[in-house]
Write a protein that binds this ligand. Structure first.
Ligand code: PMP
Length: 452
């Protein structure tokens, strides 16, 4: 019989107690807290693997939520970053490299006619929304349920699935992500369920003339990789044109990951504005707001404000130049997508051998796993899927040295280094097989809903 794995976490546990004295929850971001006994501290990462301070070595599919597109501490990108360091940081002036990077981006993503740099996904989306408001002179905007666009007040409104009764005919309540978000902001945000064409048309009919933008993540990188159908995004494009609303495609996770031209390239839909972050600099903090020339030129004195002390920092910019060169000129993206496809096949084989119904969502480079014949096509459908099996399996995977997000809403991310290191594949499948068997055992004993 499979025994529950034991992982040594003494050093992380001891450090956690010390960290609590100075850091809320002992961490720098709430999502890094995995419980008093299970929060780990990283020693370092290399390629597709992360080592914790107890010496545990994990194959990492969380990958910092996606930035390490090539892998951690990539020698090529780090060498470029060192060259960027020699430039001197930030000057409140521009460097020539900004143009070179912008030219590469426009070549890879034709809708990115002009480019501005920021530091994080949040900053980029915040700027994109401000730009849309400045350009249209309107204030309200449309979000898709299950989408995530960062931690700024306007984007922090969501459908309350925890409290929603799937059998009712009513919409889920729109609630803030947490405390501290002014309720007055709520009146500007409209929400629609993904892939519901009728609701989209109705919403535009009622509010289209007042909306500055529609924000959409066509693969919901924070909601199981739930994917927009092509005809849904095409309809969004048409309605935006009809009502003078700007279409913002948030490619913070999908950009330079699902393909050189992002998800917009795959869907064949041209947004007015795109936001990128994550993969742009292989983990160095840099993000982009990019789009149609006439809109982007609203960034000017007297127009929409954009800037920031650390914008286009020489280290991040040099890292981005090299990362984008590699993604554009080498088969890195094919390598990691092929790895993702093989991994899905391997996982499928393990699950099918045990008669476990399952499906995958998203793209091979960032996929979600579901224990249902079809993946949900919107956040409301996710609510009715059984994610208790996944949640338990994810904890076992941690114990078996595989890092995935413990919340089933976060997809698994692939990097080039996974595809170049066969041990990542074999270690993962061995662990998945054990984790599935342990979860089946817990299920048979009626323990799946029990707290850890
Ligand atoms: N948009 C999307 C689609 C994201 O996935 C994220 C981060 N997960 C953000 C925006 C915010 O990015 P950041 O965490 O860099 O602020």
């Amino acid at each position: 019989m499979t025994t529950a794995p034991h992982r040594k976490l003494e050093k992380s546990n001891t450090h956690f107690k010390k960290a609590l004295t100075k850091l809320p929850l002992g961490v720098a971001s709430t999502f890094r807290y995995w419980g008093d006994e299970r929060t780990i501290y990283v020693h370092h990462g290399k390629g597709g693997r992360t080592w914790d301070i107890d010496g545990n070595n994990y194959v990492d599919y969380r990958l910092g939520y996606g930035p390490a597109i090539l892998g951690y501490a990539d020698d090529r990108v780090d060498a470029a970053a060192r060259r960027g360091m020699e430039v001197g940081g930030v000057f409140a002036l521009s460097t020539e490299r900004e143009l070179a990077v912008a030219e590469r981006i426009s070549k890879m993503v034709p809708a990115a006619e002009l480019v501005r740099f920021s530091n994080s996904g949040t900053e980029a989306v915040m700027s994109a929304l401000r730009l849309a408001r400045a350009y249209t002179g309107r204030e309200s905007y449309l979000l898709v349920e299950g989408g995530y666009h960062g931690l700024f007040d306007a984007a922090m409104w969501m459908a309350n699935m925890d409290e929603w009764d799937a059998k009712s005919n009513s919409d889920p309540e729109v609630v803030p992500y947490g405390q501290g978000i002014p309720n007055t902001v709520k009146q500007l945000a409209h929400l629609v369920p993904m892939n519901d064409m009728q609701r989209l048309e109705d919403t535009f009919r009622r509010h289209g003339d007042d909306m500055a933008a529609m924000l959409i993540e066509p693969i919901q990188g924070n909601c199981c990789g739930i994917s927009a159908r092509k005809d849904y995004v095409q309809l969004a494009r048409r309605l935006c044109d009809q009502y003078g609303v700007l279409l913002i495609i948030d490619e913070v996770k999908t950009g330079f990951r699902v393909g050189k031209g992002g998800i917009q390239g795959i869907l064949g839909v041209k947004p007015d504005i795109t936001t990128f972050a994550k993969a742009v600099g292989n983990g160095y903090p840099i993000s982009l707001v990019a789009g149609r020339e006439d809109i982007m030129r609203t960034f000017r004195y007297g127009g929409a404000s954009h800037g920031g002390t650390y914008t286009a920092h020489s280290v991040s910019l040099a890292a981005a130049e090299e990362t984008l060169r590699i993604l554009d000129e080498t088969p890195a993206l094919e390598t990691l997508a092929t790895y993702g496809s093989r991994l899905k096949d391997g996982i499928s084989e393990i699950l099918s051998a045990r008669d476990i119904t399952h499906s995958f969502s998203g793209h091979p480079s960032m996929f979600g796993i579901f224990f249902a014949p079809e993946p949900p096509d919107n956040y409301r459908a996710w609510k009715t899927s059984d994610y208790s099996f996944y949640d338990r399996m994810a904890w076992y995977l941690h114990d078996l040295n595989i890092i995935v997000e413990p919340d089933s809403r976060e997809p698994w991310f692939m990097c080039e280094a996974h595809g170049l290191d066969e041990s990542c594949y074999t270690d993962t499948l061995r662990a998945v097989e054990t984790a599935v068997d342990l979860t089946l055992r817990d299920q048979a004993e009626g323990k799946l809903d029990a707290a850890e």
